[in-house]
Design a protein around this ligand. Structure first.
Ligand SMILES: [Fe+2]
Length: 199
């Protein structure tokens, strides 16, 4: 299946003041588009252009770095746009998710500080995650385009900590960006949808 750049699920202004129109224009229209274009070219060269993005990610990991990086970043960004919404974030989680956060991650406050710590301590580019592994939630971080799919887990929430995600709005203040993401941007409905599928 050829990779396609999805439309943003909201206006370019929708996430202001936490994420600017300019950031979304560069991040979606240029960075994500480049992953799609390069991923399609490299998937065709590798004979993997009929596979789903998840399959390309899993099958190229550790074998074809160029294809893996682009396909994984395509997968990560498809969800990243949906992991945010206008008026999102905060500690009002859907019931089933609240229960899992309480039992597996030590409650909302601990989730928040551990998730922000994972993103802050990821050296260089990468992602911080909440994923489901063996039926339980776990927080992790990965470098570059890598994601929990290649570690036998199902990501249900991820935040992009590449500088292209925050440098226009926050300069070098990655923790401030992560705090805004958790407090004001997370679309818990999309997290719940992925959690229900992963369980
Ligand atoms: Fe990104």
């Amino acid at each position: 299946m050829a990779f396609e750049l999805p439309e943003l699920p909201y206006d370019y202004e929708a996430l202001q003041p936490y994420m600017s129109k300019e950031t979304l224009e560069y991040h979606h229209d240029k960075h994500h588009k480049a992953y799609v274009d390069n991923g399609n070219k490299l998937a065709a060269e590798a004979g993997m252009d009929k596979l789903s993005v998840e399959e390309v990610v899993k099958q190229s990991f550790g074998k074809n770095a160029g294809l893996f990086n682009n396909a994984a970043q395509h997968y990560n960004h498809i969800h990243f746009w949906k992991w945010m919404k206008k008026g999102g974030g905060g500690n009002k989680l859907p019931g089933a998710l609240q229960k899992a956060v309480d039992s597996d991650l030590g409650g909302y406050d601990k989730f928040k500080s551990d998730f922000i710590a994972a993103g802050t301590t990821q050296f260089g580019s990468g992602w911080a995650w909440v994923s489901v592994k063996d039926g339980k939630l776990a927080i992790s971080k990965t470098p570059n385009g890598e994601n929990p799919l290649v570690h036998g887990a199902s990501p249900i929430l991820g935040v992009d900590v590449w500088e292209h995600s925050y440098y226009i709005d926050y300069r070098n203040a990655r923790p401030k960006y992560l705090e805004a993401f958790v407090d004001s941007l997370i679309n818990w409905d999309h997290v719940l949808e992925l959690y229900e599928k992963a369980k």
